[in-house]
Write a protein of this length. Structure first.
Length: 297
Protein backbone atom coordinates (compact mmCIF):
# COMPACT_ATOMS: atom_id res chain seq x y z
CA UNK A 1 0.00 0.00 0.00
CA UNK A 2 2.85 2.39 0.85
CA UNK A 3 4.51 1.71 -2.49
CA UNK A 4 1.20 2.34 -4.26
CA UNK A 5 0.84 5.73 -2.56
CA UNK A 6 4.42 6.67 -3.42
CA UNK A 7 3.97 5.66 -7.07
CA UNK A 8 0.80 7.77 -7.21
CA UNK A 9 2.61 10.81 -5.81
CA UNK A 10 5.51 10.23 -8.20
CA UNK A 11 3.19 10.12 -11.21
CA UNK A 12 1.29 13.19 -10.00
CA UNK A 13 4.58 15.09 -9.78
CA UNK A 14 5.17 14.18 -13.45
CA UNK A 15 1.90 15.90 -14.37
CA UNK A 16 1.62 18.72 -11.82
CA UNK A 17 3.90 21.40 -13.26
CA UNK A 18 2.73 20.91 -16.85
CA UNK A 19 -0.95 20.92 -15.90
CA UNK A 20 -0.39 24.00 -13.73
CA UNK A 21 1.21 25.85 -16.64
CA UNK A 22 -1.59 24.86 -19.03
CA UNK A 23 -4.28 26.10 -16.65
CA UNK A 24 -2.41 29.37 -16.03
CA UNK A 25 -2.26 30.14 -19.74
CA UNK A 26 -5.88 29.16 -20.31
CA UNK A 27 -7.00 31.53 -17.56
CA UNK A 28 -5.80 34.50 -19.61
CA UNK A 29 -5.68 33.32 -23.22
CA UNK A 30 -9.10 31.58 -23.00
CA UNK A 31 -8.23 28.75 -25.39
CA UNK A 32 -6.72 25.28 -24.83
CA UNK A 33 -3.14 25.46 -26.09
CA UNK A 34 -2.40 21.99 -27.48
CA UNK A 35 1.20 22.99 -28.17
CA UNK A 36 1.76 23.39 -24.41
CA UNK A 37 2.75 19.75 -23.92
CA UNK A 38 5.38 20.09 -26.65
CA UNK A 39 7.16 22.69 -24.52
CA UNK A 40 7.64 19.84 -22.04
CA UNK A 41 9.12 17.66 -24.79
CA UNK A 42 11.49 20.43 -25.89
CA UNK A 43 12.44 21.14 -22.28
CA UNK A 44 13.31 17.47 -21.82
CA UNK A 45 15.55 17.46 -24.91
CA UNK A 46 17.18 20.77 -24.00
CA UNK A 47 18.05 19.69 -20.47
CA UNK A 48 19.38 16.30 -21.56
CA UNK A 49 21.52 17.81 -24.33
CA UNK A 50 22.92 20.44 -21.98
CA UNK A 51 23.67 17.91 -19.25
CA UNK A 52 25.38 15.54 -21.67
CA UNK A 53 27.47 18.48 -22.91
CA UNK A 54 28.86 18.99 -19.40
CA UNK A 55 26.41 21.45 -17.87
CA UNK A 56 25.60 20.68 -14.21
CA UNK A 57 22.20 19.06 -13.86
CA UNK A 58 20.62 21.87 -11.83
CA UNK A 59 21.78 24.48 -14.34
CA UNK A 60 20.60 22.33 -17.26
CA UNK A 61 17.13 22.08 -15.71
CA UNK A 62 16.98 25.85 -15.19
CA UNK A 63 18.21 26.67 -18.69
CA UNK A 64 15.74 24.25 -20.28
CA UNK A 65 12.93 25.91 -18.36
CA UNK A 66 14.03 29.38 -19.50
CA UNK A 67 14.35 28.24 -23.12
CA UNK A 68 10.82 26.80 -23.10
CA UNK A 69 9.44 30.00 -21.58
CA UNK A 70 11.23 32.19 -24.11
CA UNK A 71 9.94 30.08 -26.99
CA UNK A 72 6.38 30.44 -25.68
CA UNK A 73 6.70 34.23 -25.56
CA UNK A 74 7.87 34.26 -29.18
CA UNK A 75 5.01 31.96 -30.21
CA UNK A 76 2.57 34.25 -28.45
CA UNK A 77 3.98 37.31 -30.19
CA UNK A 78 4.12 35.81 -33.66
CA UNK A 79 1.17 33.40 -33.63
CA UNK A 80 -1.31 33.44 -30.77
CA UNK A 81 -1.66 37.19 -30.36
CA UNK A 82 -3.10 37.22 -33.90
CA UNK A 83 -5.08 33.99 -33.71
CA UNK A 84 -6.86 34.98 -30.49
CA UNK A 85 -8.55 37.82 -32.35
CA UNK A 86 -10.25 35.22 -34.58
CA UNK A 87 -11.74 33.35 -31.62
CA UNK A 88 -10.75 30.45 -29.34
CA UNK A 89 -11.55 27.74 -31.91
CA UNK A 90 -9.13 29.24 -34.46
CA UNK A 91 -6.48 29.70 -31.76
CA UNK A 92 -6.84 26.05 -30.69
CA UNK A 93 -6.47 24.82 -34.28
CA UNK A 94 -3.41 27.05 -34.64
CA UNK A 95 -1.94 25.55 -31.46
CA UNK A 96 -2.42 22.07 -32.94
CA UNK A 97 -0.53 23.14 -36.06
CA UNK A 98 2.23 24.64 -33.91
CA UNK A 99 2.46 21.41 -31.89
CA UNK A 100 3.00 19.42 -35.09
CA UNK A 101 5.67 21.87 -36.22
CA UNK A 102 7.52 21.54 -32.89
CA UNK A 103 7.41 17.74 -33.13
CA UNK A 104 8.72 17.88 -36.69
CA UNK A 105 11.52 20.23 -35.58
CA UNK A 106 12.51 17.79 -32.80
CA UNK A 107 12.52 14.91 -35.30
CA UNK A 108 14.68 16.88 -37.71
CA UNK A 109 17.07 17.98 -35.00
CA UNK A 110 17.52 14.71 -33.15
CA UNK A 111 15.60 11.88 -34.78
CA UNK A 112 13.23 9.36 -33.26
CA UNK A 113 15.69 7.68 -30.86
CA UNK A 114 15.39 8.56 -27.15
CA UNK A 115 18.10 10.44 -25.31
CA UNK A 116 19.00 9.92 -21.65
CA UNK A 117 20.94 11.89 -19.06
CA UNK A 118 24.47 10.80 -18.30
CA UNK A 119 24.06 10.13 -14.62
CA UNK A 120 25.84 7.61 -12.40
CA UNK A 121 23.94 4.42 -11.71
CA UNK A 122 22.61 4.21 -8.18
CA UNK A 123 20.65 1.57 -6.34
CA UNK A 124 17.16 2.46 -5.13
CA UNK A 125 16.69 3.43 -1.53
CA UNK A 126 14.95 0.76 0.50
CA UNK A 127 12.81 2.19 3.27
CA UNK A 128 11.08 -0.83 4.74
CA UNK A 129 8.54 -1.97 2.12
CA UNK A 130 9.16 1.17 0.04
CA UNK A 131 11.57 1.35 -2.91
CA UNK A 132 12.53 4.89 -3.93
CA UNK A 133 14.69 5.69 -6.94
CA UNK A 134 16.98 8.70 -6.32
CA UNK A 135 15.82 10.33 -9.55
CA UNK A 136 12.19 10.00 -8.46
CA UNK A 137 12.97 11.65 -5.14
CA UNK A 138 14.82 14.48 -6.87
CA UNK A 139 11.97 15.12 -9.32
CA UNK A 140 9.36 15.08 -6.55
CA UNK A 141 11.38 17.42 -4.34
CA UNK A 142 11.93 19.97 -7.10
CA UNK A 143 8.26 19.77 -8.11
CA UNK A 144 7.10 20.38 -4.54
CA UNK A 145 9.41 23.37 -4.15
CA UNK A 146 8.25 24.91 -7.43
CA UNK A 147 4.57 24.33 -6.58
CA UNK A 148 5.02 26.13 -3.25
CA UNK A 149 6.78 29.01 -5.00
CA UNK A 150 3.99 29.28 -7.59
CA UNK A 151 1.33 29.22 -4.87
CA UNK A 152 3.09 32.10 -3.13
CA UNK A 153 3.42 33.97 -6.44
CA UNK A 154 -0.27 33.61 -7.30
CA UNK A 155 -1.72 34.25 -3.85
CA UNK A 156 0.79 36.39 -2.06
CA UNK A 157 2.30 38.87 -4.54
CA UNK A 158 1.10 41.88 -6.50
CA UNK A 159 1.99 40.15 -9.78
CA UNK A 160 -0.16 37.17 -8.84
CA UNK A 161 -3.09 39.37 -7.92
CA UNK A 162 -2.73 41.17 -11.27
CA UNK A 163 -2.80 37.84 -13.12
CA UNK A 164 -5.91 36.70 -11.28
CA UNK A 165 -7.62 40.06 -11.77
CA UNK A 166 -7.00 40.01 -15.50
CA UNK A 167 -8.25 36.42 -15.75
CA UNK A 168 -11.44 37.21 -13.82
CA UNK A 169 -12.42 40.52 -15.43
CA UNK A 170 -10.22 41.81 -18.28
CA UNK A 171 -12.14 45.08 -18.91
CA UNK A 172 -12.09 46.03 -15.24
CA UNK A 173 -8.41 45.10 -14.94
CA UNK A 174 -7.60 47.27 -17.96
CA UNK A 175 -9.61 50.14 -16.48
CA UNK A 176 -7.57 49.80 -13.30
CA UNK A 177 -4.39 50.43 -15.30
CA UNK A 178 -3.02 46.90 -15.66
CA UNK A 179 -0.83 46.30 -18.71
CA UNK A 180 -2.72 43.32 -20.16
CA UNK A 181 -0.22 42.47 -22.89
CA UNK A 182 2.73 42.46 -20.51
CA UNK A 183 0.88 40.20 -18.09
CA UNK A 184 -0.17 37.83 -20.88
CA UNK A 185 3.44 37.55 -22.07
CA UNK A 186 4.57 36.90 -18.50
CA UNK A 187 1.97 34.17 -18.02
CA UNK A 188 2.91 32.52 -21.32
CA UNK A 189 6.54 32.56 -20.20
CA UNK A 190 5.72 31.18 -16.75
CA UNK A 191 3.37 28.48 -18.05
CA UNK A 192 5.84 27.22 -20.65
CA UNK A 193 8.76 27.46 -18.22
CA UNK A 194 6.83 25.21 -15.84
CA UNK A 195 6.11 22.80 -18.70
CA UNK A 196 9.76 22.80 -19.77
CA UNK A 197 10.91 22.09 -16.23
CA UNK A 198 8.24 19.40 -15.84
CA UNK A 199 9.43 17.70 -19.03
CA UNK A 200 13.07 17.94 -17.96
CA UNK A 201 12.26 16.33 -14.60
CA UNK A 202 10.19 13.64 -16.29
CA UNK A 203 13.18 12.84 -18.51
CA UNK A 204 15.12 11.85 -15.38
CA UNK A 205 13.05 8.67 -15.32
CA UNK A 206 11.93 8.20 -18.93
CA UNK A 207 14.57 9.96 -21.01
CA UNK A 208 13.75 12.52 -23.69
CA UNK A 209 11.91 11.30 -26.78
CA UNK A 210 9.89 12.91 -29.53
CA UNK A 211 6.50 11.49 -28.48
CA UNK A 212 6.86 12.62 -24.88
CA UNK A 213 4.51 15.57 -25.46
CA UNK A 214 1.96 13.42 -27.29
CA UNK A 215 1.99 10.89 -24.45
CA UNK A 216 1.30 13.71 -21.98
CA UNK A 217 -1.48 15.36 -23.98
CA UNK A 218 -4.42 13.35 -22.68
CA UNK A 219 -3.49 13.11 -18.96
CA UNK A 220 -2.48 16.78 -18.82
CA UNK A 221 -5.72 18.01 -20.39
CA UNK A 222 -7.73 15.56 -18.27
CA UNK A 223 -6.03 16.93 -15.13
CA UNK A 224 -6.60 20.54 -16.16
CA UNK A 225 -10.27 19.94 -17.02
CA UNK A 226 -10.87 17.91 -13.89
CA UNK A 227 -9.42 20.67 -11.73
CA UNK A 228 -11.27 23.37 -13.67
CA UNK A 229 -9.64 25.04 -16.67
CA UNK A 230 -8.33 28.39 -15.51
CA UNK A 231 -7.86 27.15 -11.93
CA UNK A 232 -4.10 26.46 -11.63
CA UNK A 233 -4.12 24.89 -8.17
CA UNK A 234 -7.18 22.85 -9.12
CA UNK A 235 -5.20 21.45 -12.05
CA UNK A 236 -2.55 20.19 -9.63
CA UNK A 237 -5.23 18.33 -7.66
CA UNK A 238 -6.66 17.03 -10.94
CA UNK A 239 -3.23 15.67 -11.77
CA UNK A 240 -3.22 13.82 -8.46
CA UNK A 241 -6.57 12.18 -9.30
CA UNK A 242 -5.37 11.21 -12.78
CA UNK A 243 -2.18 9.75 -11.28
CA UNK A 244 -4.28 7.79 -8.77
CA UNK A 245 -6.43 6.33 -11.55
CA UNK A 246 -3.42 5.41 -13.72
CA UNK A 247 -1.56 3.80 -10.83
CA UNK A 248 -4.66 1.90 -9.76
CA UNK A 249 -5.22 0.54 -13.27
CA UNK A 250 -1.68 -0.83 -13.53
CA UNK A 251 -1.60 -2.25 -9.98
CA UNK A 252 -5.04 -3.87 -9.90
CA UNK A 253 -4.86 -7.66 -9.84
CA UNK A 254 -7.46 -8.98 -12.30
CA UNK A 255 -6.27 -12.57 -12.22
CA UNK A 256 -9.66 -13.72 -10.94
CA UNK A 257 -11.14 -12.86 -14.33
CA UNK A 258 -8.86 -15.41 -16.01
CA UNK A 259 -8.66 -18.02 -13.26
CA UNK A 260 -5.02 -17.12 -12.54
CA UNK A 261 -3.38 -16.06 -9.28
CA UNK A 262 -2.01 -12.83 -10.76
CA UNK A 263 -2.76 -10.79 -13.88
CA UNK A 264 -2.40 -7.07 -14.47
CA UNK A 265 -3.51 -4.57 -17.06
CA UNK A 266 -0.66 -3.80 -19.52
CA UNK A 267 0.97 -0.41 -19.12
CA UNK A 268 -0.11 0.48 -22.65
CA UNK A 269 -3.68 0.83 -21.38
CA UNK A 270 -2.82 3.59 -18.90
CA UNK A 271 -4.23 6.18 -21.29
CA UNK A 272 -7.63 4.52 -21.05
CA UNK A 273 -7.86 5.59 -17.41
CA UNK A 274 -7.38 9.22 -18.42
CA UNK A 275 -9.98 8.80 -21.18
CA UNK A 276 -12.54 7.44 -18.74
CA UNK A 277 -11.95 10.19 -16.16
CA UNK A 278 -11.99 12.89 -18.85
CA UNK A 279 -15.28 11.59 -20.25
CA UNK A 280 -16.86 11.38 -16.79
CA UNK A 281 -15.65 14.88 -15.96
CA UNK A 282 -17.15 16.29 -19.16
CA UNK A 283 -20.44 14.50 -18.53
CA UNK A 284 -20.83 15.13 -14.81
CA UNK A 285 -18.68 18.17 -14.01
CA UNK A 286 -17.96 19.98 -17.31
CA UNK A 287 -16.56 22.97 -15.41
CA UNK A 288 -14.32 20.77 -13.26
CA UNK A 289 -14.34 19.94 -9.57
CA UNK A 290 -13.32 23.48 -8.65
CA UNK A 291 -15.42 25.43 -11.11
CA UNK A 292 -15.94 28.75 -9.33
CA UNK A 293 -13.06 30.44 -11.12
CA UNK A 294 -14.03 29.04 -14.51
CA UNK A 295 -17.66 30.17 -14.23
CA UNK A 296 -16.57 33.65 -13.24
CA UNK A 297 -14.31 34.09 -16.27
Amino acid sequence: MLQFLFDTLSRSSDLALIALGLSLVYGLAKFPNIAHVQYAMLGAFASVVLQRAGTPLALALGMASLLAGSLAVLCNLWVFSRLRRQGPAIAMIGSLALAMILVAAALAGHGASPLAYRLPLSAPWVLGPLFVAPNQALAMGVTLAVLLACTWLLLGTRQGRAMRALACNPPLAAAAGLDAERIIHAVHFLGAALAGLGGALLALNTGAYVNLGNDLLLPIFAAAILGGLGNPLGAVFGGLLIALAETLVTNLNIGWLYGQPMAFVPAGYIGAASFVILLLALLLRPYGLFDREVRRV
